[in-house]
Design a protein around this ligand. Structure first.
Ligand code: NFE
Length: 466
C-alpha cells in the first residue's frame, strides 16, 4: 500500500489537496481537502443587504455572475419583489453566457492537458507521462483549439459586458432585476458575438469532446462516485418562474424525485469548523476551528437528508432528460459540452425576447426583518445563498456552493464526499503519474475558491471598505 499526495492539484480554481491510498495498483481510500478558509459570510454580517450581490461575487472570478444571481434571488424573496421580464431575461443572458465561458475554460484550459500532450513549453511543462492516446494530427488539432478557445471565452466575457458593464464581477444583476436595460445596439452586438461563440461550440468543442470520448472510452466506466445527482433548477422561462430551463430535482438511489430544500444540511464532523457551524443553512453560525481533531478540510459536507450528492452539468442534463448515458468521468465532460449547446440556443431565444421598451428593475425596499433564500444553478452545480436581515442589515449569511457538495469531506456517518468516492477503484498503474486520479477530479471542474468558507489565523479579519 502506498499513499499518493497531490498538493495542490493544479488546473482547477483554488487550493485542493488529494491523498489517495493505492493497493495493488487500485485506489482503495481517498481524502480531498480544501486548504484555505473563505470567510465571506463574516464580511457580510452587519452590512446593507444590497451589498451581498457585489461582495459575494468576489468569492470567485470564474462564477461571479452565478453568486450575483443567487444573492439577488435571495434578496428578491426577502424584499418580496417581483422581477420584471427584462430583469429576468437579462439575468438569464448574463448567467448563461458565463456558463459558456466556464465550460469552454474547463474543457480546453483545465482538462485537455490530462488527455493530450500540449506543446512542450511553459506553461505546459512539466506534465504527467504515460497514457496519452491521440495521434499527432489529433494532438495538433486540439492543441491549436486550446488557443482559439482563449479568444472565444473572451468573447463570452464581452457579451456579458454589453449588458453588465464588465466581466468578471459583472455590475448589472441587482436585487429587483438588472440595473442596466438592453438597447437595440447592445442586443445586436451580443447576437453577433453569440454567433461566433455558438459556431465554435457546435463545431470544434463538440467534435473535440467526441474525439476524446472515443479515444478514452474506458473513462465512461470510471469515476462514478456516489451515484446521486442533485439540481436546484435555474433559468426561469416565465416571470412566475413556474417554467424553468433546468428543473429542480434529485436522482436518488436510482429514482428521480422532487427536491425538498428543507432536507439540505451542512455537516462539519470532518471539517475545520466549531460546533454550531452545522445544520440547516438558514440557521448555521459558521466559526472556523483550524485545530479541530479529526478534521481535514475547510470544505463543509452538505447532505440531502443523509445522502451524498453530486451536482453539476451532468445532474442538470440528467434531470432535464437530455443526457442519461451514465455517471462517470467522461459522462461529465460530454454533459458539460451538451449543456453548452443547449445554452447557446437559449441565449438566442432570450436575446430575441428582450424588449428594450420594457422595465428591467423593480423598486427595492429593504425590510426591517426578513429571511430570503436564493437557489440557482452555477456552472458547476447547485448554488444556494441564505440571508437573514435584522434591523435592515445582514445578520447572517450562508452560501452553499457546488464544489462544497462535490468536494465535501466525510460526514458524521463516515460517508465520503462525491469526489472522494469517485476516486475509489481507479486503476493507478504508475504511481508517479496518477493520471486517472487527476482526470476524475477535473471531471467535476472543482472550484475550491468557491467551496471553502484569507488565512491569517493569528490576526483578526480586516474591515472591507467600499
Ligand atoms: Ni468558483 Fe462556482 C461555480 C459557484 S463553485 S466556480 O460554478 O457557485 O463550485
Amino acid at each position: 500500500m502506498r499513499q499518493i499526495v497531490i498538493d495542490p492539484v493544479t488546473r482547477l480554481e483554488g487550493h485542493l489537496k488529494v491523498m489517495v491510498t493505492v493497493d495493488k495498483g487500485v485506489v482503495c481510500d481517498a481524502q480531498i481537502a480544501g486548504t484555505l478558509y473563505r470567510g465571506f459570510e463574516t464580511i457580510l454580517a452587519g452590512r446593507d443587504p444590497r451589498d451581498a450581490v457585489f461582495l459575494t461575487q468576489r468569492i470567485c472570478g470564474v462564477c461571479p455572475a452565478d453568486h450575483a444571481t443567487a444573492a439577488a434571488l435571495a434578496l428578491d424573496v426577502a424584499c418580496e419583489i417581483e422581477v420584471p421580464a427584462n430583469g429576468r431575461l437579462l439575468r438569464n443572458i448574463i448567467l448563461g453566457a458565463n456558463y459558456l465561458q466556464s465550460h469552454i475554460t474547463h474543457f480546453y484550459h483545465l482538462s485537455l492537458a490530462d488527455y493530450v500532450v500540449l506543446p512542450e513549453t511553459a506553461p505546459f511543462i512539466p506534465h504527467y507521462r504515460g497514457d496519452f492516446r491521440l495521434n499527432q494530427a489529433a494532438t495538433d488539432k486540439l492543441g491549436s483549439h486550446y488557443f482559439t478557445a482563449l479568444a472565444i471565452r473572451r468573447k463570452c466575457h464581452e457579451l456579458i459586458a454589453h449588458f453588465a458593464g464588465k466581466m468578471p464581477h459583472q455590475a448589472a444583476i441587482v436585487a429587483g432585476g438588472t440595473s442596466r436595460n438592453a438597447s437595440p445596439e447592445r442586443i445586436q452586438a451580443a447576437k453577433s458575438l453569440l454567433e461566433e461563440i455558438a459556431a465554435f461550440i457546435n463545431n470544434e468543442y463538440e467534435e473535440d469532446v467526441r474525439l476524446l470520448a472515443r479515444a478514452y472510452d474506458d473513462y465512461f466506466s470510471m469515476g462514478k462516485g456516489c451515484g446521486n445527482l442533485l439540481t436546484y433548477g435555474a433559468f426561469p422561462l416565465n416571470d412566475a418562474s413556474t417554467e424553468m430551463l433546468f428543473n429542480s430535482g434529485i436522482f436518488l438511489n436510482g429514482q428521480v424525485e422532487k427536491m425538498d430544500p428543507a432536507l439540505i444540511t451542512e455537516d462539519v464532523s470532518h471539517a475545520w469548523y466549531a460546533a454550531g457551524s452545522e445544520g440547516s443553512p438558514d440557521a448555521v453560525h459558521t466559526v472556523a476551528d483550524p485545530a479541530k481533531s479529526g478534521a481535514y478540510s475547510f470544505v463543509k459536507a452538505p447532505r440531502y437528508g443523509n445522502a451524498v450528492c453530486e451536482v453539476g452539468p451532468l445532474a442538470r442534463m440528467w434531470l432535464s432528460g437530455i443526457y442519461t448515458n451514465g455517471i462517470s468521468a467522461m459522462d461529465r465532460i460530454v454533459a458539460r459540452m451538451l449543456e453548452a449547446k443547449v445554452m447557446t440556443r437559449s441565449l438566442e431565444r432570450w436575446l430575441r425576447e428582450v424588449n428594450p421598451e420594457n422595465a428591467c428593475e423593480a423598486e427595492v425596499h429593504i425590510p426591517w426583518e426578513a429571511n430570503g433564500v436564493g437557489m440557482t444553478e452555477a456552472a458547476r452545480g447547485a448554488l444556494g445563498h441564505w440571508v437573514k436581515i435584522n434591523r435592515g442589515k445582514i445578520e447572517r449569511y450562508e452560501a452553499v456552493v457546488p464544489t462544497t457538495w462535490n468536494a465535501s469531506p466525510r460526514d458524521k456517518n463516515g460517508r465520503m464526499g462525491a469526489i472522494e468516492s469517485a476516486l475509489i477503484g481507479l486503476p493507478v498503474p504508475d504511481e508517479a503519474n496518477p493520471l486517472s486520479v487527476v482526470r476524475t477530479i477535473h471531471s467535476f471542474d472543482p472550484c475550491l475558491a468557491c467551496a471553502v468558507h484569507l488565512i491569517t489565523p493569528d490576526k483578526p479579519l480586516g474591515q472591507f471598505i467600499v
